[in-house]
Ligand binder design. Sequence first.
Ligand SMILES: [Zn+2]
Length: 285
Amino acid sequence: MSESNRTPEDAAARRAVRPVICYPDDGLPPVDIEAYRSVRASASKMSEVIVPARDARAFHVPAGHFFRITSVEGPQVGDLNLWNAANLAERFFSGKTRALHGTHVGVGDRLWSCLPYLRPIATVVADTLAWYGTDPYGGRVHDVIGTRCDPYTHRLLSGGTYHHCCHSNLTRALAAETGLPLDQAELHVHDVLNVFMCTGFTADTGQYFMKASPVRPGDYLEFFAEIDLLGALSACPGGDCSSEHSSDTAPCFPLKVEVFRPKAGSLQDWSSPAVNSYDRTHGTK
Ligand SMILES: [Zn+2]
């Protein structure tokens, strides 16, 4: 064994040090899930979008409204992007959401926006897959680990060309919704929330794995929009993500997005969270 990788005498003691949670969530603003549910109970459906299989669609959700993503026809994973509808520079921050809430999100967790905004832009208020918990492989649903399937990684690993990866689907949907040229729209597409996707890390090698999603038609994940949102959802070409993506091989199904308007007055004195109050001087003053 070389000098550089010799096991130290106190290796066991060092490994035995207890971990600490990076971001204890008791520092986060409290989430009153019952208050959300009470507003939702009297909300009424405002609009609906069907996302075709292996494609994406954009949708708008005004602040204080709810949106629900539902599996229809067959098991299907969705890749979700969210932006501030008035400022595309403020978008969902998968990495910090993961750091704050964990590898997978559920009821009461927030979707946070990127720096320098860093505020909750959506809150998970209902999840019919909450029963799934953690399976024997360490798999959970609704991950903020994976990035999105994309044609560049596909090219890197296989040399092939495929145009219906979630990255391309989201790019086309954003371009169609905003009128931005395709190459500019692409730059706004970001790491996703993998709705209904069942994933984890292997215990032995720490590799990212996926397995057939437990989602079935009728299952849904529902959110409260904390700010005016522009969303885009891709029905991943991986289908239920049990085998492969970046091809037309897997059976794929549409997804439904519904938006619900709160009853007038039901939000009472609720208002959108403010952007982060850090002064952005970065030590220069
Ligand atoms: Zn995908």
